[in-house]
Design a protein around this ligand. Structure first.
Ligand code: GRF
Length: 189
């Protein structure tokens, strides 16, 4: 059994989608959802599916308390799904190539600090991009710079508003994120 912890700071539609996807799996389970935001919707979504949750602050993330908790829970793999704080080096080294993130654009386009949520899609709009999509990548010390695992694209008509772009990209996130996680966890180590 491979155990996943999901880290999320906000809404949690991706987290919930991943929880549901693996609910009936015997090999892979989401065992915990962690958030830096005590009022994040993701915590309620997780509890609805009887998934354990824990809340921590930035200090606890950086001083090793969160890492200790993950070890205690015997977490094998970490999924960032809308998690807005930088992952510290001790976690990246301990979980080398076992922490992944999803970004709602075709990296290296429109990534980096401050590029989250609707900001990303506004940038796509302003840049008059004719396509956008999702990037699933390994997490390293720089925001949105880890090795790319997977990208999926969608075409955009001229002047598609940011909200519409977000909707299209969200569909790709829901469709592909769980499958890519499953593929990675099924790879021989
Ligand atoms: C998604 O767009 C994801 O790509 C990004 O943060 C957003 C999280 O959305 N990293 P939700 O909280 O899963 O609804």
């Amino acid at each position: 059994m491979k155990k996943i912890a999901i880290f999320a700071s906000g809404n949690g539609s991706n987290a919930e989608n991943i929880i549901k996807y693996f609910q009936s799996s015997e090999q892979i389970k989401v065992i915990s959802v962690a958030s830096n935001n005590p009022s994040a919707q993701v915590l309620l979504r997780s509890k609805k599916h009887s998934i354990d949750t824990f809340v921590f602050n930035k200090n606890e993330l950086n001083n090793g308390i969160v890492l200790k908790k993950l070890k205690k829970l015997e977490v094998d793999f970490i999924v960032l799904a809308g998690f807005l704080i930088k992952i510290p080096l001790n976690m990246i080294t301990t979980y080398k190539n076992k922490i992944i993130n999803i970004h709602p654009s075709l990296l290296p386009l429109h990534g980096g600090k401050g590029m989250f949520g609707i900001n990303v899609h506004k940038k796509v709009f302003e840049s008059k991009d004719t396509e956008t999509g999702i990037t699933i990548h390994f997490v390293n010390q720089s925001y949105d710079k880890g090795a790319v695992i997977f990208q999926a694209k969608c075409g955009l008509r001229p002047n598609t508003p940011p909200k519409q772009i977000q909707k299209k990209v969200h569909k790709l996130e829901l469709k592909f994120f769980p499958i890519i996680i499953e593929n990675l966890l099924n790879e021989p180590n």
